[in-house]
Design a binder for this molecule. Structure first.
Ligand SMILES: [Zn+2]
Length: 209
């Protein structure tokens, strides 16, 4: 499997869709700006990775974001109930390799598995992932993250909203996540059985919109 090309495609998808319903939820302006920078730097670094070049300079938030995805993907696969061996090999491993290229080291603890309906799982893991990205950015960014203080405050308050099914942010994020996931997962060479499982699972989440 061509890990690097797959991740390059993922960073392109992320750059286009951003996994953030920009403009739809008030009070996320600083966070949106930060995400744009992260997405664009992730893309630049993935392009260098594909060419076996050294990693270009990037901000600590880029490391936090991508190591956060490694921790997230572990919990996401378990929560969806897909075949863990396949999920680990096809989905987690490429993300892990990319994170290790950005910032070599050990992965953070995986996020906890979440039970319940797919929509709840998606948004609870979004909240936990956001929390982890803030923590890692603060740890690795030191003074650097101070310039993103406003974004961090927004991200902090967003976590609460993502845990509240009645909030406008909940619905907006669910909607944009589902679009994002459809574009993201199609780049991975999952077995037919796993593809079916994922699509059926995402469909159940869609029904909650
Ligand atoms: Zn880099």
């Amino acid at each position: 499997m061509k890990y690097k090309e797959i991740i390059l495609n993922c960073t392109r998808v992320n750059h286009q869709y951003m996994r953030l319903p920009a403009g739809k939820v008030a009070g996320l302006e600083a966070m949106t700006e930060l995400y744009k920078r992260i997405a664009s730097q992730s893309l630049t670094c993935a392009q260098a990775w594909v060419q076996d070049s050294p990693c270009p300079d990037h901000e600590p938030a880029v490391d936090a974001f991508n190591w956060g995805i490694v921790a997230w993907s572990d919990a996401f696969g378990l929560s969806m109930g897909v075949d863990q061996v396949e999920w680990g090999r096809v989905f987690i491993a490429p993300h892990h390799e990319f994170a290790d290229y950005l910032r070599p080291g050990r992965p953070p603890e995986p996020l906890p598995t979440v039970d319940g309906a797919p929509a709840n799982i998606i948004l609870t893991l979004d909240a936990l992932w956001t929390e982890l990205v803030i923590k890692l950015t603060a740890r690795w960014g030191l003074l650097h993250h101070l310039k993103d203080k406003d974004a961090m405050i927004e991200a902090q308050s967003l976590q609460g909203k993502l845990r509240n099914p009645g909030s406008p942010a909940y619905k907006a994020f669910l909607e944009s996540d589902l679009v994002f996931f459809h574009h993201l997962f199609k780049h991975f060479p999952f077995s037919e059985q796993t593809k079916k499982h994922i699509n059926a699972w995402l469909k159940r989440a869609e029904e909650e919109l």
